[in-house]
Design a protein around this ligand. Structure first.
Ligand SMILES: Cc1cc2nc3c(=O)[nH]c(=O)nc-3n(C[C@H](O)[C@H](O)[C@H](O)COP(=O)(O)O)c2cc1C
Length: 300
């Protein structure tokens, strides 16, 4: 007797159980094949520079993990054969070094955030020099991932004020929470910001997550956050050194509306908004002190 003939009575009696068992085995087999294929896809190819999803948020290229085009396929940002030239450098006498560094610190120590502006105009060319100074900042792989949008048009300043005030109202009411609002009380700010119309200029510091050239090639920008933040620090310093004032502001939740108002592309995000001009005659500042050297430095 063949083995099938032996099994026939068993199968006839238990066919529903047998059918279920066959379906379960087929399902398990199908799922295990699928997971093998997924594992293969996730295994990084040799020399792959795009980070794995686990790296998200830690790697300078993490912002590109979700982008369709692989920015690693773009040609080098700069010519690999870029010439290296002699760096011209003149050492200062020690006394001069001491005087300059002390004077620079004392000058910067006069900088304050100003929230009351005169409507007086800024002399022609000064804003250009200020932005030039910010543009000398170092940047990851010299990607220069910043744009400075200088707004002087009163109509656009009014629109900026409307966008910022509307969002700031909700920020103070709901988004920031009691603790944050409490910590800001010494500054005496609220959602009303007349300085956005009074200041003769507003500079918006935009950080570029990546760059797309005229041929639609996408280039990665490395450490664009920190690079743009360094440039912003230099911009604030340049504003002060030029004899003008500003207040560093972060327009929470207003970034997209501002970017669209200014007609800037989606690879740019608003990092800071800086009104620039002269202080109003009756401008006041909170009477705060700065941490002394021994609280901000550790020499080893
Ligand atoms: C990242 C950052 C965000 C800030 N955001 C605001 C802001 O939204 N509104 C504001 O009035 N000041 C803002 N400030 C200014 C601070 O309140 C100010 O720098 C601080 O009180 C110290 O005062 P000083 O700049 O006069 O030394 C901000 C400063 C920084 C660095």
């Amino acid at each position: 007797m063949s083995s099938f003939q032996e099994l026939a009575p068993f199968l006839a009696a238990n066919w529903p159980i047998v059918c279920v068992a066959v379906v379960v085995i087929a399902l398990v087999y199908f799922l295990s094949m699928k997971s093998e294929k997924q594992k293969e896809k996730l295994t990084p190819k040799e020399n792959t520079k795009i980070p794995s999803p686990q790296d998200k948020g830690e790697h300078p290229l993490s912002e590109f993990a979700e982008e369709k085009q692989d920015p690693n396929e773009a040609p080098p940002l700069h010519d690999a054969n870029t010439a290296h030239v002699l760096f011209k450098f003149e050492r200062l006498p020690e006394k001069e070094m001491m005087t300059r560094s002390r004077d620079f610190y004392e000058n910067l120590n006069q900088r304050r955030s100003i929230r009351f502006f005169s409507k007086d105009l800024i002399p022609e060319g000064v804003l250009e020099n200020i932005v030039r100074a910010a543009g000398t900042a170092p940047s990851g792989a010299h990607s220069e991932p910043w744009t400075f949008v200088v707004v002087r048009d009163p109509k656009i300043k009014l629109q900026i004020r409307e966008i910022v005030e509307q969002e700031e109202f909700t920020n103070y009411e709901r988004r920031m929470g009691d603790k944050w609002v409490q910590d800001l009380q010494f500054v005496k700010t609220d959602h009303v910001k007349p300085y956005l119309e009074d200041a003769p200029a507003i500079i918006l510091v935009m950080k570029q997550q990546y760059h797309i050239d005229e041929n639609n090639v996408k280039y990665p920008h490395y450490y664009f956050e920190i690079s743009t933040a360094i440039a912003a620090g230099m911009l604030i310093t340049a504003i002060h050194v030029a004899g003008l004032v500003t207040v560093t502001t972060t327009p929470l939740n207003a970034g997209v509306a501002l970017r669209e108002l200014l007609g800037r592309p989606s690879n740019e995000k608003v990092m800071l908004l800086l009104p620039v001009g002269y202080p109003a005659d009756d401008a006041t500042v909170p009477d705060i002190t700065r941490k002394p050297l021994d609280k901000i430095v550790v020499f080893k």
